[in-house]
Design a protein around this ligand. Structure first.
Ligand code: BEZ
Ligand code: FE
Length: 300
């Protein structure tokens, strides 16, 4: 019979979990228990606060649908997604473009867009050209590299936030040419607040945070033999460029459109040139800190 105390309960739990066969599960759960117990002792967690936390996490789960991932949002506002990205980038054996957040609005079934095509169903504002190359770490173009890009519409909404995601818009999949080059037309995205109408938004409000993300375009780029790159480009003049609620901005990803870029493959609109670098693949495993929300609910 154990005589548990505030000090000994942690070891009692760790002893019981030591039978876990999967070594990684054993390691992760043991560390989680140690940190959670230390946290509870540190803040002297009360029964009421414990119940509030259970209620909060229950609401986070209930807010999840095939089109909305409140748990990803929670990990994002706590900086956990950014931390996992930063640690993952550090594992790469070659220097590639810096990662950024996948976010909760990625869809894996966006339409194919030809080079020079538009990702807009209906352009309401002045167009913007995005162009550049996808190269390896030595600067050689990667033929046929596959780019998926997505962004908000002219009002600052992703298509998944409009009519439950019934219509696909502001996203497209582009294959680079034989030299790894691409160009695609879009509009300048608007900065936006993360979804604030759920439990994570309530938390962000109570913390006195603005909840905004600076304007950006997401990119997911892959090619056989290379590490998949999840990143985003951020517009330098956005008022929230230095205070992103989800910590996705880093200096190498900050861009500014050029009004008359003589090198741009299409003239008559501002252009952003960005060359992405893919590191060579080592091992397996996903580079995505996130997923299309419909797959998360479908997963067993
Ligand atoms: C996004 O960039 O799409 C995003 C990322 C994290 C939370 C909310 C939105
Ligand atoms: Fe986004």
């Amino acid at each position: 019979m154990q005589d548990l105390t505030v000090e000994t309960v942690t070891d009692a739990v760790l002893d019981q979990m030591a039978t876990t066969k999967d070594a990684r599960l054993r390691e992760v759960m043991a560390s989680l228990v140690r940190h959670m117990h230390d946290f509870a002792r540190d803040v002297r967690l009360t029964p009421d606060e414990w119940l509030t936390a259970i209620g909060f996490l229950t609401k986070v789960g209930q807010a999840c649908t095939p089109a909305r991932q409140e748990f990803i949002l929670l990990a994002d506002v706590l900086g956990l997604s950014a931390l996992v990205n930063l640690m993952h980038d550090r594992e790469a054996t070659e220097l590639g473009t810096t990662s950024s957040l996948l976010g909760p609005f990625y869809r894996d079934d966006a339409p194919e867009v030809p080079i020079g095509g538009s990702i807009l169903a209906d352009a309401k504002r002045a167009e913007l050209l995005l162009y550049g190359r996808v190269t390896d770490a030595d600067g050689r173009g990667i033929p046929g590299a596959f780019i998926q890009l997505w962004q908000t519409n002219a009002e600052g909404w992703y298509d998944l936030q409009v009519d439950g995601g019934a219509n696909m818009d502001m996203r497209g999949n582009v294959h680079c040419d034989a030299e790894g080059r691409f160009h695609v037309r879009t509009v300048r995205p608007l900065g936006y607040t993360i979804p604030m109408d759920g439990p994570v938004g309530d938390l962000v409000h109570r913390q006195g945070r603005h909840g905004c993300r600076p304007a950006h375009v997401h990119f997911l780029i892959g090619a056989p033999g290379y590490r998949e790159l999840v990143t985003a480009l951020y517009f330098s003049d956005d008022p929230h460029i230095d205070s992103d609620t989800v910590f996705g901005v880093s200096a190498p990803l900050v861009i500014a459109p050029v009004a008359n870029d003589p090198d741009a493959p299409v003239q008559g609109m501002p252009a952003v040139r960005y060359d992405f670098t893919l590191a060579r693949a080592t091992g397996s495993g996903s580079n995505r800190v996130g997923a299309d929300p419909k797959h998360i609910l479908a997963a067993e």
